[in-house]
Write a protein that binds this ligand. Structure first.
Ligand SMILES: Cc1ncc(COP(=O)(O)O)c(C=O)c1O
Length: 393
């Protein structure tokens, strides 16, 4: 075997040995609370594993907006945003995103991964420091590592630890944190981080991927709360609560112009198709018009938490749509997830390196479209799985 292939082979073997191999599902239906898996038998499953928080991925108005855009603009932009990929649709959406984010400008990126890479690598230079929560998303951490600036990681949610790290350095830069953490559903101490950033002349980069569309009465709580802070750089994705695809960065003219002119992740890639842009634009309208979806999501969360505690299922402090159940052991987490699947329910078994070692978990995501009956089915099945596998949660 070639040396390089031996290295790959060994890495795959190690992953398998540690029960860390990932397997993809094969859906043959839209992303909804009920999905069909094409395992030759096309069975229907309850889905508690998508970030379609508001249930907009199949909204008829959003789908129609996409279809109309295809009729008018075709399928692909076939060019960079900086060449001929930028259309009136992109322009209009950027204006709308800037306005709802209470920022002077917004710039669309292909996805949140690229947006986070661009922020970290384009906006900070050799003399700068980027302070990141240890459990930030891979795109933020990799962006920090790829940046010429020095990446400094502080303990999860720990503002005092962050402060102790800043105190020994002088060089400017940024603090970066998710608002709601993707694998824990816990909320960053944003006000504290904002104060620390301002006092130390740092930017505050907020990755609101899981808060956008979800938090507050209007789903825009984070953008509303930090609307006066000129040092805030706001990032959100369009592929979760909005049910579409893509992402954006909102901030000052200076920040957005710097990204527009210098971020390779923006310049050297094909612009998003107009159909995707128009769908996201319509999804934003629906999110604002059908405000009950945010309320309904919050009802789903409360109902789930109440029911789970009545079965003595140990939850975390998360009050958000992301409800993890920490199992710890990788194999046990797979066992529970498989038990649920055999009983017609999909809940992902999240294991390292996505989460820290010994913190494998079931990651349950709730949406505005889950019915109380579906949530009840889930909680009862988890309870049965725990009893069946003699787990002590
Ligand atoms: C916190 C966080 N940031 C960024 C991303 C990347 O977003 P996208 O899926 O648009 O690439 C994700 C999603 O996977 C995420 O959970």
């Amino acid at each position: 075997m070639r040396k390089i292939n031996k290295i790959r082979y060994d890495a795959l073997q190690t992953r398998e040995k540690n029960n860390l191999t990932r397997h993809r599902l094969k859906l043959s239906s839209p992303q909804a609370t009920q999905i069909i898996l094409d395992n030759n038998d096309k069975k229907s499953y309850l889905n508690f594993s998508s970030n379609n928080y508001l249930g907009l991925a199949n909204h008829p108005d959003v789908m129609m907006a996409m279809k109309n855009a295809v009729d008018k603009f075709g399928v692909s932009a076939c060019s960079s945003d900086m060449v001929t990929g930028h259309t009136v649709a992109h322009h209009d959406l950027e204006q709308k995103l800037a306005q709802i984010s209470n920022k002077p400008r917004a710039l669309i990126f292909a996805n949140g991964f690229m947006a986070n890479m661009a922020i970290n690598t384009t906006l900070y230079k050799k003399t700068n420091f980027i302070y990141q929560d240890k459990l930030n998303h891979s795109s933020a951490i990799l962006g920090g590592l790829a940046s010429d600036a020095t990446l400094v990681r502080y303990a999860h949610l720990d503002a005092a630890h962050l402060l102790s790290k800043i105190k020994v350095r002088d060089g400017g830069g940024a603090i970066m944190s998710e608002s709601i953490f993707s694998m824990g559903g816990d909320f960053a101490p944003l006000q504290r981080l904002s104060n620390i950033a301002t006092e130390n002349d740092l930017d505050l980069i907020i990755d609101d991927a899981h808060g956008f569309g979800v938090l507050g009465d209007n789903g825009l709580q984070v953008a509303d709360d930090y609307n006066d802070n000129s040092n805030v750089i706001y990032m959100a994705t369009l592929g979760k609560a909005l049910g579409c695809y893509g992402a954006y960065v909102a901030g000052s003219d200076l920040v957005c112009d710097t990204l527009l002119q210098f971020a390779p992740q923006h310049i050297y890639t094909t612009a998003l198709p107009v159909a995707v842009i128009r769908a996201a634009d319509k999804a934003l309208d629906v999110m604002q018009k059908e405000n009950w979806r945010v309320e309904k999501l919050s009802e789903s969360i409360h109902y789930f938490k109440k029911l789970a505690s009545s079965f003595n299922i140990k939850l975390t402090k998360s009050n958000t749509a992301i409800q993890p159940i920490i199992i710890g052991d990788n194999q046990k987490t797979i066992d529970i997830s498989s038990y649920l699947k055999n009983n017609g329910i999909i809940v992902g078994a999240i294991r390292p390196p996505t989460v820290p070692k010994n913190f494998a978990r079931l990651r349950i995501t709730l949406t505005a479209e889950h019915s109380p009956a579906q949530i009840k089915t889930l909680v009862k099945a988890i309870n049965e799985a725990v009893i069946f596998h003699k787990l002590n949660l």
